[in-house]
Design a protein around this ligand. Sequence first.
Ligand code: AMP
Length: 290
Amino acid sequence: MKPQVVRECAELHSVVKSLHLQNLRVGFVPTMGALHAGHISLVKESLKQSDWTIVSIFVNPTQFAPGEDFEKYPRTLENDLALLEEVNEKENIIVFTPSADEMYPKNFHSYVDVAGAALPLEGTFRPTHFRGVATVVLKLFNMTQADAAFFGQKDFQQVQVIRQFVRDLNVPIEIQMCPIIRETDGLAMSSRNRYLSPEARTRALCLSQSLEKAREMILRDGCRSRRVVDAAIRAILAHPNHSVDYVAIVDPVTLLPNEDDTIQLPAAILLAVRVDDTRLIDNLLIESEN
Ligand code: AMP
């Protein structure tokens, strides 16, 4: 069964109101569309835990800086709805896909100002990104009134930024992080993978491979952070069409490295790499020595 599609905030409001009047548990999965198995894993988790699941599909202009890929970002609504239809066995999925004018009408002037976990890493290279993310996510939380929202570890820093503003602003929603879904060869699934030529797609394996190598180094000899990071950067830059925005080993909550260059577990290794013109991110959590 095709999921019910809602395009306007007012309609979403009345749908959500009726779900709450029936005391039903609502799960929410925010996406920018171009859905793949990674997104669907979040939807499945929400379906497992909720009576109804709202999936938003919205390419949010405020999280893209000028010169980024907002215009060329893939928009594949028909295909997205077909993928959601496959998991809509209980007919309890609602797709909310508003226009940009619906989300940001004329005279829109209010944004969520995020600092802390939003400042390092992605924050350094995309300084306005998390402000746009936090703003649209808070708007969507308010509109969906969901009990829980499901995010992918693929965007690990994003999850921490969202957890931070939910805590700071007392937003009544539970944030759940789901594992990264990878292709069989290890490449993290991403809507942006479709920008890669077949040859670049093979080279993009350097992200997941250098994360695995870093994990081995840390667990084998508890290396200094600098040594592990340098080894990863060297491996990635072995190809002239690659560049590295960052490779970092950080505390999973603050997203900051230890000042003394030691690696304390749990730790998160995060990287952002350009393969030709495509910027990809990936990460890995090391919980403990086992
Ligand atoms: P996006 O459409 O890229 O904004 O992503 C929407 C949600 O899907 C975010 O919570 C992402 O972290 C999550 N997501 C994207 N790729 C993956 C993946 N490979 N595995 C798990 N979750 C993912």
